[in-house]
Design a protein around this ligand. Structure first.
Ligand code: URA
Length: 440
């Protein structure tokens, strides 16, 4: 086989066979196919798309390009989650301990953030000592001992995706649905999950700004999962306004601890109960936990009796972190100063723009522009209102946690235009739009 023929086939809108896709991915991983040919191939995919079968073949070829985690000796069904990324999205930090506290083991690898705010792994690093660089043996051992482990993405897993993603990043080919879907699902499949809950965000602060695109992406991922023999539930959730209140690494850990302890913002709590509920439903597979109200009651009990937050503490300590931070969140890194943004008029919140919040947090130093850039763990923004809330003049809309006055000004530039307040009534935004399930 020759890469040039496969590129030409995709350029001419023909479909590639399983063998052809497998060959291309294998030879690219082994560096027999050079970057410039793979760049041409992904551009052809970007322009001409892929069939369902091609997308599944690409996913499996990437999943098989490196190590594949086999957790079957320590549990017969593993459930995982993935979020397509949103502003203030600290769901993993809450949902993982919550699900594990119900006796369903979770072993998850998460990514760092590129762009406006940190990823799950960055957030966890605001806990002194927390290790995200576990070896495969340590990862499995903790999964076996504690039923919960949350580490950084191993480079040994789906290395073809890492290489192809790096090319996409610099060739304007990231925003292709089959490429995004295969990239995400290859890592989930290589990480050994049997059941996967996908939290696909829609709106101003998300990858997918409209429902049609998000639905199509979610359906592709659900189909890939089904074709690969996994159970998948995709939830299309709103990302027009921040999820919960906090945006920024240590602030998000604090809000996660509060939510696991029974407090936290109502939307965040509801969102997490929903995602955790679907994870339990998958783990129960037609036997246990099909009764939604029983699932919810169990999850609420684990929050109110302290088991969920205790599970987070156990995970933190097991991974070298300082558990006393979970008992007393004031020990987390804190910014030097606070600035409160207030309402200039009375009325109803019509917009609390997720994208503006994400840019505001970025200006403070909460995110990174390029791989390896340092992140300020302490800074960030808290949003105190949701669309549909009524406010009086002078009501607090947001609190900025900042270290540097110049950065505060840049942040305020975004917050000044983040809100729209009007006298007419406005309905709250829905938390979820649709649920798509694999029909295995
Ligand atoms: N996240 C991924 O892992 N891959 C993509 O292509 C996009 C988002």
């Amino acid at each position: 086989m020759r890469a040039i023929d496969l590129i030409a086939k995709k350029r001419d809108r023909e479909s590639l066979t399983t063998d052809e896709i497998t060959w291309l991915v294998e030879h690219y991983t082994q560096e027999d196919v050079p970057d410039y040919q793979m760049s041409a191939f992904v551009m052809a995919v970007y322009l001409n798309g892929m069939t369902r079968k091609e997308t599944a073949d690409l996913t499996l070829a990437m999943a098989r390009s490196g190590e594949q985690l086999d957790l079957s000796d320590i549990g017969d069904y593993w459930v995982d989650k993935h979020s397509s990324g949103g502003v203030g999205d600290k769901t993993t930090l809450i949902v993982l301990p919550l699900v594990a506290s119900c006796g369903v083991p979770v072993a998850k690898m998460s990514g760092r953030g590129l762009g406006m705010s940190g990823g799950t792994i960055d957030k966890l690093e605001s806990i002194p000592g927390y290790r995200v660089d576990l070896s495969a043996d340590e990862f499995k051992q903790l999964a076996r001992d504690n039923g919960i482990v949350l580490s950084g993405q191993s480079l040994a897993l789906a290395p073809a995706d890492g290489k192809i993603y790096a090319l996409r990043d610099v060739t304007a080919t990231v925003a292709s649905k089959p490429l995004i879907a295969s990239s995400i699902m290859s890592k989930k499949i290589a990480a050994g999950a049997n059941g996967i809950v996908l939290d696909v965000k829609v709106g101003r602060g998300a990858f997918m700004s409209n429902l049609d695109d998000a639905r199509e992406l979610a359906q592709i991922m659900v189909d890939i999962g089904a074709d690969a023999g996994r159970d998948v539930i995709a939830i299309l959730s709103d990302m027009n306004q921040p999820l919960g209140s906090a945006i920024g690494n240590a602030l998000e850990v604090k809000e996660s601890v509060e939510t696991l302890s029974g407090g936290g913002a109502a939307d965040l709590r509801e969102h997490c109960l929903m995602i955790a509920g679907f994870m339990l439903q998958l783990a129960g597979r037609g036997q246990r936990w099909q009764d939604e109200s029983a699932v919810r009651a169990l999850l609420e009990e684990k929050i109110s009796d302290g088991s969920a937050v205790a599970k987070l503490r156990q995970m933190v300590v097991a991974q070298g972190g300082d558990g006393s931070v979970i008992d007393d969140v004031t020990q987390l890194p804190a910014a030097k100063h606070r600035h409160v943004v207030t309402a200039g008029q009375r009325g109803v919140i019509h917009r609390a723009d997720a994208e503006n919040f994400s840019r505001a947090a970025f200006e403070l130093g909460a995110g990174r522009e390029k791989k390896g850039d340092p992140i300020n763990m302490a800074v960030g923004v808290e949003c105190h209102v949701k669309v549909g809330d009524g406010v009086e003049v002078g009501a607090p809309l947001a609190t900025v946690h900042y270290d540097n006055a110049e950065k505060l000004q840049a942040c305020l530039h975004w917050l000044d235009t983040a809100f729209e307040i009007a006298l007419q009534p406005c309905l709250p935004l829905p938390l979820f739009y649709e649920i798509i399930r694999s029909d295995r």
